[in-house]
Write a protein that binds this ligand. Structure first.
Ligand SMILES: C[S@@+](CC[C@H](N)C(=O)[O-])C[C@H]1O[C@@H](n2cnc3c(N)ncnc32)[C@H](O)[C@@H]1O
Length: 278
Protein backbone atom coordinates (compact mmCIF):
# COMPACT_ATOMS: atom_id res chain seq x y z
CA UNK A 1 0.00 0.00 0.00
CA UNK A 2 1.43 3.48 -0.84
CA UNK A 3 2.84 5.43 2.16
CA UNK A 4 0.21 8.19 1.97
CA UNK A 5 -2.59 5.62 2.21
CA UNK A 6 -0.85 3.90 5.13
CA UNK A 7 -0.60 7.21 6.95
CA UNK A 8 -4.24 8.01 6.18
CA UNK A 9 -5.25 4.61 7.52
CA UNK A 10 -3.32 5.18 10.77
CA UNK A 11 -4.87 8.60 11.23
CA UNK A 12 -8.34 7.10 10.61
CA UNK A 13 -7.66 4.44 13.26
CA UNK A 14 -6.45 7.05 15.77
CA UNK A 15 -9.54 9.22 15.15
CA UNK A 16 -11.81 6.19 15.56
CA UNK A 17 -10.07 5.33 18.85
CA UNK A 18 -10.44 8.88 20.17
CA UNK A 19 -14.13 9.03 19.19
CA UNK A 20 -14.76 5.71 20.93
CA UNK A 21 -12.90 7.02 23.98
CA UNK A 22 -15.27 10.00 24.07
CA UNK A 23 -18.26 7.63 23.99
CA UNK A 24 -16.71 5.61 26.87
CA UNK A 25 -16.40 8.81 28.86
CA UNK A 26 -20.01 9.86 28.12
CA UNK A 27 -21.30 6.41 29.10
CA UNK A 28 -19.28 6.53 32.31
CA UNK A 29 -20.50 10.03 33.23
CA UNK A 30 -24.13 9.09 32.58
CA UNK A 31 -23.79 5.76 34.41
CA UNK A 32 -24.68 3.81 31.25
CA UNK A 33 -21.48 1.76 30.90
CA UNK A 34 -22.26 -1.90 30.09
CA UNK A 35 -20.51 -3.65 33.02
CA UNK A 36 -19.96 -6.89 31.03
CA UNK A 37 -18.63 -5.46 27.78
CA UNK A 38 -15.17 -4.11 26.97
CA UNK A 39 -14.84 -0.36 26.51
CA UNK A 40 -15.92 1.01 23.13
CA UNK A 41 -12.24 1.83 22.37
CA UNK A 42 -11.58 -1.92 22.12
CA UNK A 43 -14.72 -2.68 20.15
CA UNK A 44 -13.10 -2.60 16.73
CA UNK A 45 -13.81 -6.30 16.33
CA UNK A 46 -17.37 -6.11 15.21
CA UNK A 47 -20.33 -3.80 15.17
CA UNK A 48 -23.79 -4.36 16.60
CA UNK A 49 -25.05 -5.13 20.05
CA UNK A 50 -22.25 -6.88 21.97
CA UNK A 51 -24.47 -8.94 24.31
CA UNK A 52 -27.09 -9.78 21.67
CA UNK A 53 -24.58 -11.05 19.10
CA UNK A 54 -22.71 -13.07 21.73
CA UNK A 55 -25.95 -14.76 22.83
CA UNK A 56 -26.93 -15.35 19.21
CA UNK A 57 -23.67 -17.22 18.57
CA UNK A 58 -23.95 -19.28 21.73
CA UNK A 59 -27.33 -20.48 20.42
CA UNK A 60 -25.95 -21.18 16.93
CA UNK A 61 -22.87 -23.02 18.19
CA UNK A 62 -25.24 -25.34 20.05
CA UNK A 63 -28.06 -25.57 17.47
CA UNK A 64 -25.96 -25.79 14.28
CA UNK A 65 -22.59 -26.89 15.64
CA UNK A 66 -23.80 -29.37 18.24
CA UNK A 67 -21.52 -27.81 20.88
CA UNK A 68 -21.67 -29.74 24.16
CA UNK A 69 -20.94 -28.39 27.65
CA UNK A 70 -18.21 -31.04 28.02
CA UNK A 71 -16.31 -30.04 24.86
CA UNK A 72 -12.76 -28.71 24.84
CA UNK A 73 -13.34 -25.59 22.76
CA UNK A 74 -11.03 -23.46 20.61
CA UNK A 75 -12.05 -19.92 19.56
CA UNK A 76 -9.89 -18.78 16.63
CA UNK A 77 -9.76 -14.97 16.59
CA UNK A 78 -11.49 -14.60 19.96
CA UNK A 79 -11.52 -10.78 19.76
CA UNK A 80 -12.98 -8.99 22.75
CA UNK A 81 -14.65 -12.07 24.22
CA UNK A 82 -18.02 -11.43 22.61
CA UNK A 83 -18.69 -15.16 22.30
CA UNK A 84 -16.47 -16.29 25.20
CA UNK A 85 -18.58 -14.36 27.70
CA UNK A 86 -21.88 -16.18 27.05
CA UNK A 87 -19.94 -19.44 26.75
CA UNK A 88 -18.79 -19.11 30.38
CA UNK A 89 -22.31 -20.16 31.40
CA UNK A 90 -22.18 -23.25 29.18
CA UNK A 91 -18.63 -24.63 29.03
CA UNK A 92 -18.03 -25.61 32.64
CA UNK A 93 -14.95 -27.11 34.33
CA UNK A 94 -13.50 -29.67 33.61
CA UNK A 95 -14.36 -28.61 30.02
CA UNK A 96 -12.09 -25.86 28.72
CA UNK A 97 -12.12 -22.90 26.38
CA UNK A 98 -9.01 -21.52 24.62
CA UNK A 99 -9.08 -18.38 22.54
CA UNK A 100 -6.33 -16.64 20.63
CA UNK A 101 -6.17 -13.37 18.78
CA UNK A 102 -3.69 -10.99 17.17
CA UNK A 103 -4.96 -7.94 19.09
CA UNK A 104 -2.97 -7.54 22.29
CA UNK A 105 -5.42 -5.17 24.02
CA UNK A 106 -8.38 -7.45 23.34
CA UNK A 107 -6.56 -10.48 24.76
CA UNK A 108 -5.49 -8.48 27.80
CA UNK A 109 -9.11 -7.44 28.45
CA UNK A 110 -10.32 -11.03 28.15
CA UNK A 111 -7.66 -12.32 30.55
CA UNK A 112 -8.47 -9.68 33.16
CA UNK A 113 -12.24 -9.83 32.85
CA UNK A 114 -12.98 -13.42 31.88
CA UNK A 115 -10.09 -15.74 32.87
CA UNK A 116 -9.87 -14.16 36.31
CA UNK A 117 -13.44 -15.29 37.04
CA UNK A 118 -13.43 -18.45 34.91
CA UNK A 119 -10.01 -20.13 35.10
CA UNK A 120 -11.03 -22.79 32.55
CA UNK A 121 -11.19 -19.91 30.00
CA UNK A 122 -7.70 -19.11 28.66
CA UNK A 123 -6.65 -16.47 26.15
CA UNK A 124 -3.40 -16.04 24.23
CA UNK A 125 -2.04 -13.21 22.17
CA UNK A 126 -0.35 -14.40 18.97
CA UNK A 127 1.89 -12.02 17.08
CA UNK A 128 0.54 -12.80 13.62
CA UNK A 129 0.07 -10.09 11.03
CA UNK A 130 -3.24 -8.85 9.73
CA UNK A 131 -3.26 -5.54 7.87
CA UNK A 132 -6.39 -4.41 9.75
CA UNK A 133 -5.84 -5.75 13.24
CA UNK A 134 -2.07 -6.21 13.74
CA UNK A 135 -0.04 -4.85 10.84
CA UNK A 136 3.24 -6.33 12.12
CA UNK A 137 3.92 -9.90 13.18
CA UNK A 138 4.60 -13.21 11.46
CA UNK A 139 2.67 -14.20 8.32
CA UNK A 140 -0.58 -16.00 9.09
CA UNK A 141 0.11 -18.25 6.12
CA UNK A 142 2.94 -19.88 8.12
CA UNK A 143 1.44 -19.72 11.60
CA UNK A 144 1.20 -22.94 13.61
CA UNK A 145 -1.55 -22.76 16.25
CA UNK A 146 0.04 -23.00 19.74
CA UNK A 147 -1.71 -26.27 20.60
CA UNK A 148 -1.00 -30.00 20.32
CA UNK A 149 -2.56 -32.22 17.68
CA UNK A 150 -6.08 -33.37 18.55
CA UNK A 151 -6.32 -31.04 21.57
CA UNK A 152 -9.93 -29.95 20.91
CA UNK A 153 -13.38 -31.44 20.38
CA UNK A 154 -14.82 -28.27 18.88
CA UNK A 155 -13.31 -25.21 17.17
CA UNK A 156 -14.93 -22.10 15.79
CA UNK A 157 -13.97 -18.92 13.97
CA UNK A 158 -16.65 -16.25 13.72
CA UNK A 159 -15.99 -13.38 11.33
CA UNK A 160 -12.30 -14.24 11.02
CA UNK A 161 -11.97 -15.87 7.58
CA UNK A 162 -13.82 -12.79 6.31
CA UNK A 163 -10.56 -10.92 7.10
CA UNK A 164 -7.99 -13.44 5.84
CA UNK A 165 -6.33 -13.89 2.45
CA UNK A 166 -6.49 -17.28 0.67
CA UNK A 167 -3.04 -18.57 1.72
CA UNK A 168 -3.88 -17.57 5.31
CA UNK A 169 -7.26 -19.29 5.17
CA UNK A 170 -5.63 -22.42 3.75
CA UNK A 171 -3.17 -22.51 6.66
CA UNK A 172 -5.85 -21.76 9.29
CA UNK A 173 -8.10 -24.55 8.01
CA UNK A 174 -5.18 -26.99 8.04
CA UNK A 175 -4.28 -25.95 11.55
CA UNK A 176 -7.91 -26.13 12.72
CA UNK A 177 -8.04 -29.66 11.42
CA UNK A 178 -4.74 -30.61 13.04
CA UNK A 179 -5.80 -29.49 16.52
CA UNK A 180 -9.20 -31.25 16.31
CA UNK A 181 -9.82 -34.85 17.33
CA UNK A 182 -11.13 -37.20 14.67
CA UNK A 183 -14.83 -36.39 14.31
CA UNK A 184 -14.23 -33.01 15.97
CA UNK A 185 -16.36 -30.17 14.62
CA UNK A 186 -15.35 -26.85 13.10
CA UNK A 187 -17.89 -24.00 12.92
CA UNK A 188 -16.76 -21.14 10.67
CA UNK A 189 -18.33 -18.13 9.03
CA UNK A 190 -17.64 -16.80 5.54
CA UNK A 191 -19.09 -14.59 2.88
CA UNK A 192 -19.55 -17.38 0.33
CA UNK A 193 -19.72 -16.51 -3.34
CA UNK A 194 -21.94 -18.75 -5.46
CA UNK A 195 -24.38 -18.11 -8.28
CA UNK A 196 -27.11 -16.95 -5.87
CA UNK A 197 -25.01 -14.69 -3.69
CA UNK A 198 -23.18 -13.13 -6.67
CA UNK A 199 -26.53 -12.31 -8.29
CA UNK A 200 -27.67 -10.72 -5.02
CA UNK A 201 -24.54 -8.60 -4.41
CA UNK A 202 -25.47 -4.94 -4.01
CA UNK A 203 -23.94 -2.56 -6.55
CA UNK A 204 -22.47 -0.31 -3.85
CA UNK A 205 -21.75 -0.30 -0.16
CA UNK A 206 -19.97 -2.44 2.38
CA UNK A 207 -20.99 -5.83 1.03
CA UNK A 208 -20.72 -5.16 -2.70
CA UNK A 209 -17.23 -6.77 -2.91
CA UNK A 210 -16.31 -5.03 -6.17
CA UNK A 211 -12.67 -6.17 -6.45
CA UNK A 212 -12.28 -9.64 -7.99
CA UNK A 213 -8.94 -11.32 -7.19
CA UNK A 214 -8.86 -14.97 -8.25
CA UNK A 215 -10.99 -17.02 -5.81
CA UNK A 216 -11.87 -14.02 -3.64
CA UNK A 217 -13.56 -10.64 -3.88
CA UNK A 218 -12.48 -7.71 -1.74
CA UNK A 219 -14.37 -4.79 -0.39
CA UNK A 220 -11.38 -2.49 -0.86
CA UNK A 221 -8.19 -3.35 -2.76
CA UNK A 222 -6.16 -0.94 -0.60
CA UNK A 223 -7.41 -2.50 2.64
CA UNK A 224 -7.85 -6.14 1.69
CA UNK A 225 -8.42 -7.43 5.24
CA UNK A 226 -11.45 -5.16 5.79
CA UNK A 227 -13.72 -7.63 4.05
CA UNK A 228 -13.06 -10.78 2.00
CA UNK A 229 -15.63 -12.96 0.26
CA UNK A 230 -14.67 -16.43 -1.02
CA UNK A 231 -15.80 -18.54 -3.95
CA UNK A 232 -17.66 -21.41 -2.33
CA UNK A 233 -15.95 -23.97 -4.62
CA UNK A 234 -12.55 -22.76 -3.44
CA UNK A 235 -13.55 -23.04 0.24
CA UNK A 236 -14.84 -26.55 -0.37
CA UNK A 237 -11.51 -27.47 -2.00
CA UNK A 238 -9.51 -26.05 0.92
CA UNK A 239 -11.65 -28.00 3.36
CA UNK A 240 -11.18 -31.26 1.45
CA UNK A 241 -7.41 -30.66 1.44
CA UNK A 242 -7.56 -30.26 5.22
CA UNK A 243 -9.49 -33.48 5.90
CA UNK A 244 -12.62 -31.48 6.72
CA UNK A 245 -15.99 -32.65 5.47
CA UNK A 246 -18.75 -30.07 5.20
CA UNK A 247 -21.83 -31.25 7.07
CA UNK A 248 -24.02 -28.21 6.80
CA UNK A 249 -24.11 -24.72 5.30
CA UNK A 250 -26.51 -22.08 6.57
CA UNK A 251 -26.52 -19.10 4.24
CA UNK A 252 -26.60 -15.72 5.95
CA UNK A 253 -28.61 -12.53 5.83
CA UNK A 254 -25.85 -10.61 4.05
CA UNK A 255 -27.34 -11.37 0.62
CA UNK A 256 -30.89 -10.53 1.60
CA UNK A 257 -32.11 -13.77 3.22
CA UNK A 258 -34.13 -12.27 6.04
CA UNK A 259 -34.95 -15.59 7.72
CA UNK A 260 -31.30 -16.73 7.85
CA UNK A 261 -29.94 -17.57 11.32
CA UNK A 262 -27.20 -14.91 11.28
CA UNK A 263 -25.55 -12.31 9.07
CA UNK A 264 -22.64 -14.26 7.58
CA UNK A 265 -22.78 -17.74 6.04
CA UNK A 266 -22.09 -20.53 8.53
CA UNK A 267 -20.18 -23.64 7.48
CA UNK A 268 -20.08 -26.63 9.81
CA UNK A 269 -17.42 -29.26 9.11
CA UNK A 270 -16.29 -32.47 10.69
CA UNK A 271 -12.69 -33.60 10.80
CA UNK A 272 -12.25 -36.98 9.18
CA UNK A 273 -9.37 -39.46 9.49
CA UNK A 274 -7.29 -40.23 12.52
CA UNK A 275 -3.98 -38.63 11.56
CA UNK A 276 -3.62 -34.85 11.59
CA UNK A 277 -3.02 -33.51 8.04
CA UNK A 278 0.63 -32.64 7.32
C1 LIG B 1 -14.61 -9.15 13.33
S1 LIG B 1 -13.56 -9.68 14.61
C2 LIG B 1 -14.43 -11.08 15.27
C3 LIG B 1 -14.02 -11.40 16.67
C4 LIG B 1 -14.75 -12.56 17.33
N1 LIG B 1 -14.57 -13.79 16.61
C5 LIG B 1 -16.21 -12.24 17.48
O1 LIG B 1 -17.03 -12.77 16.72
O2 LIG B 1 -16.54 -11.42 18.34
C6 LIG B 1 -12.19 -10.43 13.76
C7 LIG B 1 -11.13 -10.90 14.74
O3 LIG B 1 -10.17 -11.69 14.06
C8 LIG B 1 -8.91 -11.39 14.60
N2 LIG B 1 -7.89 -11.81 13.65
C9 LIG B 1 -7.58 -11.25 12.47
N3 LIG B 1 -6.58 -11.94 11.88
C10 LIG B 1 -6.28 -12.96 12.71
C11 LIG B 1 -5.34 -14.02 12.65
N4 LIG B 1 -4.52 -14.17 11.60
N5 LIG B 1 -5.30 -14.89 13.68
C12 LIG B 1 -6.13 -14.76 14.75
N6 LIG B 1 -7.04 -13.77 14.85
C13 LIG B 1 -7.11 -12.88 13.83
C14 LIG B 1 -8.97 -9.90 14.83
O4 LIG B 1 -7.98 -9.43 15.69
C15 LIG B 1 -10.37 -9.75 15.40
O5 LIG B 1 -10.39 -9.91 16.79
Amino acid sequence: MPLTKQIRRRVERAVRYLKAGRIDLQLWITGKTNPHAPPMRLQVTGVGDFDKIGDEFLRLLIAIGGLRPTDRVLDIGSGIGRIALPLTGYVRTPATYDGFDVMKGAVRWCKTNISNRHPNFRFQHVDVSNSEYNPRGMPASRFRFPFDDAAFDFAFAVSVFTHLMPDETRQYLRESSRVLIADGRLFVTFFLLNETSIAALPKHGTFSFPVVQGPIRLQDADHPAIGVAYNQDFVEELMRDSSLVIERIEYGQWTGRRAAPTFQDVVLCRRVGSAAPA
